[in-house]
Design a protein around this ligand. Structure first.
Ligand code: DAH
Length: 360
C-alpha cells in the first residue's frame, strides 16, 4: 500500500489546478458534462480520492475531508456556472443569427381520407338507408350455431370444416359443437342475432369483417361483407328483385343490366346469385367483351348472393314461417371496391401503401 496522505495531497492539488481549464475548453453541453463526470462522476478522480480517505490516519482525516469537500463544492459551482454560460451563448447566437423568414412556404399537413373500403361501405349503406333499411351490427367472434346451425347448414357442410373456418381456442371444455366459438365466416350471423332480438317487420343491413381460410388474388383471409335482411308478411321474390336491382343501378349506373341466376345457400329457398353487366367492357353500351379480363369475356360480373329466407331459419329464431316471408342477401364490400376502382389484387387494399391508397 502506498502513502495515502501523499496521494491525497497530490491528487487534490492536481484536480484543483486543472478543473477550471477543463471546463473552459468544453465547447458544448455534452463535452462539459463529460469533463464534470471525469472529476465528480462515479468513476471520477475526486470520487476516487475520497475513497482513499479511510486509509488516512485518523488525526488528519478531518482536515482532508474538509479540503476534499470544499474542492468538490468548488468544482460543482464552476460546472454550473459554465453550463449557464454555454446556454447563454447558444441563446445569443440564435438571437443574432439570420432572422426567421416567415415568407418561406410551409410544410402543409397532408389531408387524410377514408380508406377505399370504408368509402365504399358508406356509399353502399347510404343506398340501403335511403330505402328504409336500418344498420345492424354483430360480433366478429360468434358461436358455431349462429354462423351455421341456425342458418340451416348440415353438420358436415364443408364450410364448417377446420380447413375453411378459423375456430377460436377456449380453455373451457365445449360440450356441443353448436357452442364452439369461431371467427364468423359471413355476416349472415347477424340475421340470426337480429331476428332473435326483434319481431318483424324488419329491414336491416349489417356491415362487418368476416374470416375464412382463403388466400389468393381475389380472396383475403379477412374481408368485408354487408348482409341484408327484410322480413314482413307478404314479402315476395319481386321485392327482392326490385330492391337489389335498384341497389346495383344506384351504385354502378342506371343503365347497368342486372340478371338473377339460381344458386344454393342453405339459409335461402329459392336462392340466387346476381350478376351485373361488366362495367369495364360495357357490352350493353356497345363495348367489346372479348379480351376483357375482369369479366373473363363473359360481359357479366357476379356481385352478390341472395334468396328468400328459408322457413327452417324462421323456425330456429322463433318466427312463424306460415305468417312471415322475407329475403336476404350478402355482398362483398372488397369485391365491389375492386370493381369500382379497377383494383386487380385484393392484397393492394390491405397493404396500406399510401401511394396506392391515395390514387383514387
Ligand atoms: N353468406 C353468404 C356468403 O358469405 C352470402 C349470402 C348469400 C348471404 C345468400 C345471404 C344470402 O344473405 O341470402 O357466401
Amino acid at each position: 500500500m502506498g502513502d495515502p496522505v501523499g496521494q491525497l495531497e497530490q491528487g487534490l492539488a492536481q484536480v484543483a489546478q486543472t478543473y477550471e481549464a477543463a471546463f473552459a475548453s468544453a465547447g458544448d453541453e455534452h463535452a462539459l458534462r463529460e469533463e464534470n463526470a471525469k472529476i465528480v462522476g462515479p468513476q471520477g478522480t475526486l470520487t476516487a480520492l475520497m475513497k482513499l480517505m479511510r486509509d488516512v490516519p485518523a488525526e488528519r482525516r478531518r482536515e482532508f475531508g474538509k479540503r476534499a469537500n470544499r474542492l468538490k463544492h468548488d468544482v460543482t459551482q464552476r460546472f454550473e456556472q459554465a453550463l449557464k454560460q454555454l446556454f447563454a451563448a447558444a441563446r445569443q447566437a440564435e438571437l443574432s443569427g439570420p432572422a426567421l423568414d416567415v415568407t418561406l412556404p410551409g410544410r402543409g399537413a397532408r389531408a387524410g381520407r377514408l380508406h377505399a373500403i370504408s368509402r365504399v361501405r358508406y356509399e353502399l349503406l347510404d343506398v340501403f338507408r335511403a330505402l328504409g333499411f336500418d344498420v345492424a351490427d354483430g360480433p366478429e367472434i360468434d358461436l358455431h350455431e349462429n354462423c351455421f346451425d341456425k342458418l340451416g347448414f348440415p353438420p358436415d357442410h364443408p364450410a364448417t370444416d377446420m380447413q375453411d373456418t378459423f375456430y377460436v381456442h377456449t380453455d373451457q371444455p365445449i360440450e356441443r359443437q353448436a357452442q364452439r366459438p369461431l371467427l364468423r365466416t359471413h355476416t349472415s350471423t347477424i340475421q340470426v342475432r337480429t331476428m332473435e332480438q326483434t319481431q318483424p317487420p324488419l329491414a336491416i343491413v349489417a356491415p362487418g369483417a368476416v374470416y375464412r381460410r382463403d388466400d389468393d388474388a381475389t380472396h383475403s383471409p379477412m374481408f368485408f361483407q354487408i348482409e341484408g335482411l327484410l322480413v314482413d308478411e307478404g314479402v315476395s321474390f319481386a321485392d327482392l328483385k326490385g330492391v337489389l336491382t335498384l341497389f346495383i343501378q344506384r351504385t354502378f349506373g342506371e343503365d347497368v343490366p342486372v340478371r338473377f341466376r339460381p344458386s344454393y345457400f342453405p339459409f335461402v329457398e329459392p336462392g340466387g346469385e346476381v350478376d351485373m353487366g361488366c362495367t369495364f367492357c360495357r357490352p350493353w353500351a356497345g363495348g367489346e367483351r372479348s379480351g376483357c379480363s375482369p369479366c373473363k369475356s363473359s360481359g357479366w360480373i357476379e356481385i352478390l348472393g341472395c334468396g328468400m329466407v328459408h322457413p327452417v331459419v324462421f323456425e330456429h329464431v322463433g318466427y312463424d314461417p306460415e305468417r312471415y316471408t322475407g329475403f336476404a342477401f350478402g355482398l362483398g364490400i372488397d369485391r365491389i371496391a375492386m370493381i369500382k376502382y379497377g383494383v386487380p389484387n385484393i392484397k393492394l387494399l390491405y397493404e396500406n401503401d399510401i401511394r396506392f391508397l391515395s390514387s383514387f
